[in-house]
Unconditional design. Structure first.
Length: 61
């Protein structure tokens, strides 16, 4: 149960940051961040590993 609450807190925090970024009051949006990461090889590897982690933990059944 604690794990679910932790993921819920992280999800809410991510949504709040994204909303703030879209209003211009916060950091970069997710799209801008991923776009910046994809400009370099280590960034591309990090994005790939993030997708693999998400797929293994949430999508594979």
């Amino acid at each position: 149960m604690t794990g679910v609450a932790g993921f819920a807190v992280l999800l809410v925090a991510a949504l709040v940051l994204e909303a703030a970024a879209r209003r211009g009051a916060g950091p970069a949006t997710v799209a801008e961040t991923v776009g910046a990461a994809m400009r370099t090889t280590p960034g591309r590897v990090a994005v790939l590993l993030a997708w693999v982690w998400l797929g293994v933990h949430f999508l594979a059944r």
